[in-house]
Ligand binder design. Structure first.
Ligand SMILES: Nc1ncnc2c1ncn2[C@@H]1O[C@H](COP(=O)(O)OP(=O)(O)OP(=O)(O)O)[C@@H](O)[C@H]1O
Length: 356
């Protein structure tokens, strides 16, 4: 693409104001795991390390920050380390080394008691297999976390009822989990996570077991809840479409290591390597790429009469107006002309898509 792609990779929050800050996180499974980090063995590939020491790398020296209110997606193939990573954040799996800070609290330094408290008050997790209590009604499943925290029954009920309504389960308060469909059970899972009012919501492939249509509904539900509540979310998935749909930014993992972090359009527009390129090859580019990826430098002889759009406009949304105009699109950010998009540039993205 003859595009002006000059832009800094999206900046994450600096570690001081981040909702979640992860530094040099490692998880190595197996005997002698503690002795690997800091030695040349740590640089071996996952397969070579396993052959030499019997240890398996789950997470390999991963660092990133998540900004407050951000939806941060972690994706990768099966075995790439996503579940291990998300479990290390709250030390459901004990990291081998590294630092995890949630809302200014160093999870990795906390003692057992502090850790339990931090988990309860700052995080909630939504699992693939719901993890609901079968002998409890919906309302009591939703209020369970509050009960553990010692919240009085009346207050618990009121909060649970409010959240049940929020996730669209009104009328099902007295149902038991096995009386609900998979999608509804996962709504209960979501409600239970939200009832704790965590600052960080963790999702571990929550919709993987659902039918495609229900899955789409639930993704939309997450988007809606995010708009309403603005919670910081870390969302694990192996599905790129899901990652692109939900993520403000996406972290791509392979063999435990971080391969790329970027916004959806960065991952699709400038894949870091062939692994990411393979993932993104099937993605309809016009649905993800923004004008930033197809614009060229302005020239003095450019028409000043074309439609004006921002560089973050998705190509598909720009296409109709761009193609209907006799003049090229003027890309203007903060009152400044930053680029020009010719009809050709739009067509190249759309046509390339049809050829794939
Ligand atoms: N308890 C364990 N002991 C040894 N190896 C483990 C353990 N748990 C995970 N692993 C290994 O760590 C690597 C990462 O696994 P993990 O489950 O985190 O990947 P994933 O990306 O979440 O995969 P999936 O999508 O299949 O759940 C894999 O090679 C796995 O076999």
């Amino acid at each position: 693409m003859s595009a002006v792609t000059a832009s800094e990779p999206t900046t994450a929050a600096s570690s001081t104001d981040a909702a979640l800050s992860v530094r040099n996180l490692w998880k190595i499974f197996g005997k002698g795991a503690d002795d690997v980090i800091g030695t040349p063995d740590a640089d071996l590939s996952r397969a070579d390390l396993k052959e030499k020491t019997g240890c398996v790398v789950g997470v390999k020296d991963v660092s990133f920050d998540v900004a407050p209110g951000e939806v941060f997606v972690v994706m990768g193939l099966s075995g790439s380390g996503k579940s291990t990573l998300v479990r290390c954040l709250t030390r459901l799996i004990e990291p081998t080394s590294g630092q995890v800070v949630i809302d200014g609290h160093d999870m990795t330094k906390a003692n057992e008691r502090e850790l339990r408290e931090l988990r309860r008050t700052h995080t909630s997790m939504v699992f693939q297999h719901f993890g609901l209590l079968p002998h409890r009604q919906v309302i009591d499943n939703v209020g369970y976390g509050l009960e553990i925290r010692g919240v009085k029954k009346k207050e618990r009920r009121a909060k649970a009822e409010e959240i049940v309504k929020l996730v669209g389960l009104s009328g099902y308060e007295k149902s038991y989990p096995d009386q609900l469909s998979g999608g509804m059970q996962q709504r209960v899972g979501l409600a239970r996570a939200l009832a704790n009012d965590p600052s960080l919501l963790l999702f571990d492939e929550p919709f993987s077991a659902l039918d495609p249509l229900i899955r789409r509904d639930m993704q939309n539900e997450v988007i809606r809840l995010h708009h309403e509540l603005g919670k910081t979310m870390v969302f694990i998935t192996h599905d790129l479409q899901e990652a692109l749909k939900l993520g403000d930014r996406i972290l791509i993992m392979r063999d435990g290591a971080l391969v790329q972090i970027g916004t959806p359009d960065e991952v699709v527009g400038a894949p870091a390597d062939d692994y990411v390129k393979d993932f993104t090859s099937e993605v309809p580019k016009s649905h993800v790429l923004t004008l930033k990826w197809v614009m060229r430098e302005p020239r003095p002889d450019d028409s000043t009469e074309g439609p004006v759009m921002t560089s973050t406009t998705i190509v598909r949304q720009a296409a109709r107006a761009a193609l209907a105009s006799e003049h090229p699109v003027r890309v203007v950010d903060d009152g400044r002309l930053v680029g020009i998009v010719d009809a050709d540039a739009i067509l190249r993205v759309v046509v390339a898509e049809e050829e794939e």
